[in-house]
Write a protein that binds this ligand. Structure first.
Ligand code: ATP
Length: 308
């Protein structure tokens, strides 16, 4: 496909190396403190021009996610057409590689890729502040995927501090087959009003460096999820058996992950977890996680984030 007619982009998934819920806000959302890290499992989106008013989405494997307005790709495309005030058209093909409903932010990653992809396809020239605002209206994880690498998220997870790249750690992911609904998890969570406690040890580490305080990394959704989805609890116990640096639920699960110092350690753990269909992946630098087209001949302007 030539750059003029369309192009293909890849977008990665994420894990949360820490997820604290400070409480429920008066607006009903939960106030979070979370450490996002992009990981090398990928979705692929192909964008092609179409006559004005045509917006078509196809998905591979067929049927794994809806192709109508519920799909975050379609939501992102509509947000852009409504915002630009001009009828435009696109055909989009989405190839899923990121586990679905697994807490790895796949739908949000696709939405971020769509905002960037269609901005390029339609030559919209939107600045990053606008994209971040549009993204946060689509889903709480979308802004992170516009930034990539690792980032500290506050508020609903949409207010972000981009962080310097983490060490070249690897993860072993156990996605599982059950779909864990993020909305159901938050509904079941017993959260009081927001407790503005001091910044956690994890944030202090991010600010000051030194040894990572893995003992302080946690996921406040874990108890709620494990109580309702015993399969997730079994996978977490299995991962812990491989003695990783850290073993947690990603987001609201059901994917669990173990973090390892390097690829060799991750491969060893993965071999021990073979019966759980493990996936191994590196944490990604900001540069490696950048949503970008695969062809070189395409004009593609991407937002930059300072020197990190
Ligand atoms: P979240 O935490 O935002 O619920 P998640 O990371 O757990 O998401 P996703 O794979 O993003 O999981 O999707 C959750 C739900 O969103 C699925 O049930 C799916 O039907 C719907 N969805 C909408 N658009 C997409 C998409 N592009 N890719 C995957 N799922 C999508």
């Amino acid at each position: 496909m030539s750059g003029r007619d369309g192009f293909v982009v890849r977008c990665p998934g994420k894990v949360n190396l820490h997820l604290e819920v400070l409480g429920r806000r008066p607006d009903g959302y939960h106030e979070l403190r979370t450490l996002f890290a992009a990981v090398g499992v990928w979705d692929e989106l192909k964008f092609a021009v179409a006559p004005a008013g045509v917006l078509e989405l196809s998905v591979e494997p067929s049927g794994v996610v809806p192709t109508g307005d519920e799909n975050l790709v379609v939501r992102a495309a509509k947000v852009l057409t409504e915002g630009s005030g001009r009828a435009r058209g696109a055909r989009i093909h989405l190839k899923k590689g990121i586990p679905i409903a697994g807490g790895m932010g796949g739908g949000s990653a696709d939405a971020a890729a769509t905002l960037l992809g269609l901005s390029a396809l339609w030559d919209l020239d939107l600045d990053i502040a606008t994209l971040l605002e549009l993204g946060s209206g689509i889903g709480a994880d979308v802004p992170f995927f516009l930034i990539g690498g690792s980032a500290w998220g506050t508020g609903r997870g949409t207010e972000l501090v981009p962080l310097p790249d983490l060490p070249a750690w690897w993860v072993v992911l156990l996605p599982g087959k059950e779909a864990v609904s993020t909305a159901a998890v938050y509904r079941a969570l017993r959260a009081g009003p927001v407790d503005e406690r001091p910044q956690s040890e994890v944030y202090q580490w991010i600010e000051r460096g030194g040894e990572a305080p893995f003992h302080a990394c946690r996921n406040d959704l874990e108890t709620t999820v494990l109580a309702q989805w015993p399969g997730v609890a079994r996978r977490l116990a299995a991962i812990r058996g491989t003695l990783p640096l850290l073993a947690l639920l990603s987001g609201s699960g059901g994917t669990v992950f173990g973090l390892y110092s390097d690829r060799t350690a991750a491969e060893r753990a993965s071999a021990a977890l073979a019966s759980h269909a493990p996936v191994i992946a590196p944490l990604l630098t900001r540069e490696a996680s950048r949503v970008r087209p695969s062809g070189e001949d395409i004009r593609w302007k991407l937002p930059r984030f300072g020197s990190t």
